[in-house]
Design a protein around this ligand. Structure first.
Ligand code: URA
Length: 433
């Protein structure tokens, strides 16, 4: 078999066989197929698409390219959750403890932030002492002992995806349904959970700009998961504004903690309640109504907050910081962004808000950038709120005064005001369960 024949077949819109896809993925992972041939293959796939069968084969080939985590030593139905990425998305920090408090084990591998979106592992590391690298034995032992562990992804989980994703990033081949679906599902399948809940984001801060394209992506991923013997459900959710008020690592941990204490922003609390409910449904805990009651009980009784503290303590984090949120280090510079006119806040360019937070130091421009944990943005106003000229729309947090002006300009371009009150948008567009 030759890679050139596989590229030619995809260029000419032919359907590839499982053997051809395996050959391409194995050869590329082993370094036997060069970047230029994989790039040509990706562009042909981007332009001509793949059938569902080809996408499934691609996913399984990538899932099998490295470590496959064996969670069979963890008792119970293991449910994973994956968000397709957004700004201010701290749901794992909230949903994980809720679900664990309801008796469903959470064995979660999460990533770091890159570009305008944040990552759960960076957020957790903003808590003093929190360890995100556990050995597989420690990881499983902790899940069996307290019902939850959240760690960084093993370096060798779906290495084919790691290499291919880096190539897609620089060859304009990221936003293709088959390539996104196979990339996400290969990692989920290799991570070993029995069931996966997908939080597929749509809107101006997401890969999928329309509800239709987000639904199509979700359906493709559900199908792939089913074929691989996993239960998969999806919620299609709004990313036309950042999730909650806080964007930035320790700011988001503080907001997640407040949410677990029952004092979080309403939209965030609602989304986390629905995500947790769906995860319990996938774990076989009963009807949607019953699962929602379990979630509300775990939140209302304080058991979810106690589980959060247990998780942080088990991984070496300082739980005093969770009991007294003022112990989180504060940014040296905290400045308002003022409204330039009277009106209503009609919306945000969510991607732009994420970029402004990165400029303040909350994100990485390259893999080696050192994150400023206390940097970020706290939104004061939400779509539909009336604003007066000179009133604070948001607060910028940073330790670098030089970055402030550039970040303020970026935020200014990302805040939209209008004379008329905008029509409210739903937080959840669709549930595919
Ligand atoms: N997230 C992934 O892991 N892969 C993609 O292709 C897009 C989002």
């Amino acid at each position: 078999m030759r890679m050139i024949d596989i590229i030619e077949a995809k260029r000419d819109r032919k359907v590839l066989t499982n053997e051809q896809i395996q050959f391409a993925i194995n050869g590329y992972t082993a370094g036997e197929i060069p970047d230029y041939q994989m790039s040509a293959f990706l562009m042909a796939t981007y332009l001509n698409g793949m059938t569902s069968e080809e996408t499934k084969c691609l996913t399984l080939a990538m899932a099998g390219s490295g470590d496959q985590i064996d969670l069979s030593a963890v008792q119970g139905v293991k449910v994973d959750k994956h968000s397709t990425g957004g700004v201010g998305d701290k749901t794992t920090l909230i949903v994980g403890p809720i679900v664990a408090a309801c008796g469903v084990p959470v064995a979660k591998m999460s990533g770091r932030g890159l570009g305008h979106t944040g990552g759960t592992i960076d957020k957790l590391e903003s808590i003093e002492g929190f360890q995100t690298m556990l050995s597989p034995r420690q990881f499983i032992e902790q899940v069996n002992r307290i019902g939850i562990s959240v760690v960084g992804q093993s370096g060798n989980l779906a290495p084919a995806d790691k290499k291919i994703y880096a190539l897609r990033d620089v060859t304009a081949t990221v936003d293709n349904l088959s390539l996104i679906a196979s990339s996400i599902m290969s990692k989920k399948i290799a991570a070993g959970a029995d069931a996966v809940l997908l939080d597929v984001k749509t809107g101006n801060g997401a890969f999928m700009k329309t509800t239709e394209s987000a639904c199509a992506l979700a359906k493709e991923m559900i199908e792939i998961g089913k074929n691989a013997g996993r239960k998969v459900g999806a919620l299609i959710t709004n990313m036309n504004m950042p999730l909650g008020n806080a964007v930035g690592n320790s700011l988001e941990v503080i907001e997640a903690t407040q949410t677990l204490q029952g004092n979080g922003p309403q939209a965030l609390t609602y989304l986390c309640t629905e995500l947790s409910t769906a995860m319990l449904q996938l774990a076989g805990k009963g009807s949607e109504e019953h699962c929602r009651e379990l979630v509300q009980e775990a939140l209302g009784s304080g058991r979810a907050f106690e589980k959060w503290k247990e998780l942080v303590a088990a991984q070496g984090g300082n739980t005093d910081w969770l009991d007294d949120l003022s112990l989180f280090p504060k940014a040296a510079v905290i400045e308002p962004y003022y409204a330039q006119q009277d009106g209503y806040l009609s919306g945000y360019d969510t991607h732009g808000v994420g970029l402004a937070a990165c400029l303040l130091g909350a994100g990485r421009e390259t893999k080696d950038t050192q994150i400023d944990f206390s940097a970020g943005i706290v939104l004061e106003k939400h779509p539909g709120d009336a604003v007066r000229r000179g009133e604070a729309v948001a607060w910028l947090y940073t330790n670098s005064a030089e970055r402030l002006e550039q970040a303020k300009r970026q935020l200014g371009q990302s805040v939209f005001l209008s004379e008329a009150c905008p029509v409210p948008e739903p937080m959840i567009y669709e549930k595919l369960m």
